[in-house]
Every structure is written in structure tokens, then in C-alpha cells.
Ligand binder design. Structure first.
Ligand SMILES: NC(=O)C1=CN([C@@H]2O[C@H](COP(=O)(O)OP(=O)(O)OC[C@H]3O[C@@H](n4cnc5c(N)ncnc54)[C@H](OP(=O)(O)O)[C@@H]3O)[C@@H](O)[C@H]2O)C=CC1
Ligand SMILES: O=C(O)C1=N[C@H](C(=O)O)C[C@H](O)C1
Length: 259
């Protein structure tokens, strides 16, 4: 019989942390062994619980340090928290490289899986948007969230815009048409040349619309997470998979083989 995978949750009292604890408690083959809160020593908590995997749903200011502490404690990390950029991802990849080179043959290599969104509808929307991007002259992203969210634009919208920008560059497309001369602040954030608009509205959870335009036609890709329970199948999949994916993986689309 295989032992259950031992899982710690960082940010356990938060909206996503609490939902993740409940999902882990109901899941076969997974055991919730630590609920780690703000101010606790992450490495010590992960070691004391003998966790195989730690899931981070904290805040952008804390998540990178948490991941380094989890790795130093010898556990894999699954990260849903936003706020990652090229530099923080590179530092984690380098840390993984150093640790994995030093690990013995009997120890499996460590993995970190960072997913801006664990919802299937969002992962599919991002994937479809990346496929569509090369065929349209214009593309803009609108993300809509609950007003308690601390960051804007959302991690999902940044990931989506970056993928659109990559696809446009690979297809040899130049900048999008935009004659704006005044009031540029009303045009949203510029993420790699793609305009991203953030709406904050009581009653919403997490939603995204990707708009594509050509002369005489439009494509709209929309996804809605109405309940945080929608993120849980993706979180549990990531927890089960991260141990067999050494190094850094960014995006659940890679685990779902959609990339
Ligand atoms: N990838 C995905 O699918 C999803 C990602 N997210 C992202 O997950 C993150 C958390 O979202 P959400 O659960 O809504 O946020 P919450 O504010 O509800 O939860 C954040 C948690 O982090 C804790 N915390 C705050 N500051 C620190 C700190 N310095 N160190 C450690 N822990 C800290 C909080 O503790 P305290 O209560 O004591 O302040 C709280 O438990 C966000 O970045 C959000 O964008 C959200 C939904 C889905
Ligand atoms: O804060 C949230 O709620 C969410 N955050 C993530 C993001 O910034 O993309 C994922 C999802 O949109 C919900």
C-alpha cells in the first residue's frame, strides 16, 4: 500500500487556503498535515509536519520567500499566489537546480509548480487565446474580480496577455492599432504590449474576457469562476503531479498537456 501524500497549506486561513484544506481533507491519497498561518516559520512548519508538498495561497509579498523555505525543508511546492515575475521565477529555478544537483540518488528531485489559475475554464480560455492570437489585428484582456483582491491586473490576465504577446511576436505581428493621444490612463495596463483592464465589483469571484478584433469581426473568449471550489480539481491535480515534475513548471496547461 502506498502512503498518503503529506501536504501542508500556507495561508491556511485565507479564502483559497481554507478551501484547499477542505479539499485535501476530502481527497483520497492526500493527507493535510499542517495549516500554516501568517508569521509562522514556514521551513520549520514544513519540516515538523514531514510534508511532501506545500501549497502556497498567501500574498505576493510573501510567496517567493515561502517557496525557498519549502525547498530548503525538502518538500515540493505548488503555488497559486500571484506576484511572480521573470526574476523571481529564475531565482526559484536556480535554487531548484542547486538543490537537485546535491540530492542523493535515492531522493526524488524537487519540483515547483506555479499556476496563475487552477480553474479548468481559465486554463482553457488562456490556451484558446494563445491559439487565436496570431489571427487578429487587435487583442485586449478584461479581468473582473471581487473587490478584496489586493493585486491588479490579475496573475491570470498577465499570463494571458504574455501568451498573446508571444504568439503575436512569433507570427511577426507588430503593435496593435491604437490612435489614443489623450487619456492613456483609461486604456488599462500595458502587459507586453497588450492592454489589460481590471474591474473590481462586489459579488464577483474571478472572471476573464479576452477580446480579439479584425475588420468586420470579433471573437470573445470568456470564463467565469463563480465559486472557489472550481479551483480545487486543479489544485489537487497539481499536488499529485508536482513530485513527478522536477524543476520549475509554470502553468497548469503543462500538466494538462494543453501547452
Ligand atoms: N492560482 C489560482 O487558481 C488562484 C490564485 N489566487 C491567488 O491566491 C492568493 C491568495 O488569495 P486569497 O486566498 O483570496 O487571499 P486571502 O487574503 O483570503 O488569503 C491570504 C492568506 O495569506 C496570509 N498572509 C497574509 N500575509 C502573509 C504573509 N506576509 N506571509 C504569509 N501569509 C500571509 C493571510 O493571513 P491573514 O488572514 O492572517 O492575513 C491569509 O491566510 C492571491 O495571490 C490570489 O490572487 C486566488 C484564487 C485562485
Ligand atoms: O485573487 C483572486 O481571487 C484570484 N487570483 C488569481 C489571479 O490573480 O489571476 C486567480 C483567479 O483569478 C482568482
Amino acid at each position: 500500500m502506498t502512503h498518503p501524500l503529506r501536504v501542508a497549506v500556507l495561508g491556511a486561513t485565507g479564502r483559497m487556503g481554507a478551501q484547499t484544506c477542505a479539499a485535501l481533507e476530502a481527497a483520497d491519497g492526500l493527507e493535510l498535515v499542517a495549516r500554516v498561518g501568517r508569521g509562522e516559520d514556514v521551513g520549520a512548519a514544513v519540516r515538523a509536519a514531514r510534508a511532501d508538498v506545500a501549497v502556497d495561497f498567501t500574498v505576493p509579498a510573501a510567496t517567493e520567500a515561502n517557496v525557498h523555505a519549502v525547498l530548503d525543508a525538502g518538500a515540493h511546492a505548488v503555488v497559486g499566489t500571484t506576484g511572480w515575475d521573470d526574476d523571481s521565477r529564475r531565482r526559484v529555478a536556480e535554487h531548484l537546480g542547486r538543490l537537485n544537483a546535491a540530492r542523493g540518488v535515492a531522493e526524488p528531485d524537487l519540483g515547483v509548480l506555479i499556476a496563475p489559475n487552477f480553474g479548468l475554464s481559465a486554463v482553457l480560455a488562456m490556451t484558446f487565446a494563445a491559439r487565436a492570437a496570431r489571427y487578429f489585428e487587435s487583442a485586449e484582456v478584461v479581468e473582473l474580480h471581487h473587490p478584496d483582491k489586493v493585486d491588479a491586473p490579475s496573475g491570470t490576465a498577465r499570463h494571458t496577455a504574455a501568451a498573446i504577446a508571444r504568439a503575436r511576436a512569433e507570427a511577426g505581428l507588430g503593435p496593435m492599432p491604437d490612435a489614443t493621444e489623450a487619456g492613456i490612463e483609461a486604456r488599462g495596463a500595458d502587459v507586453d504590449g497588450v492592454r489589460v483592464h481590471a474591474v473590481r465589483l462586489r459579488g464577483l469571484v474571478a472572471h476573464e474576457e479576452i477580446l480579439f478584433g479584425n475588420v468586420g469581426e470579433q471573437l470573445v473568449i470568456r470564463q467565469d469562476s463563480f465559486d472557489r471550489v472550481s479551483f480545487m480539481p486543479g489544485v489537487l491535480l497539481a499536488v499529485r503531479e508536482v513530485g513527478s515534475r522536477p524543476g520549475l513548471t509554470v502553468g497548469l496547461e503543462n500538466v494538462l498537456d494543453l501547452s
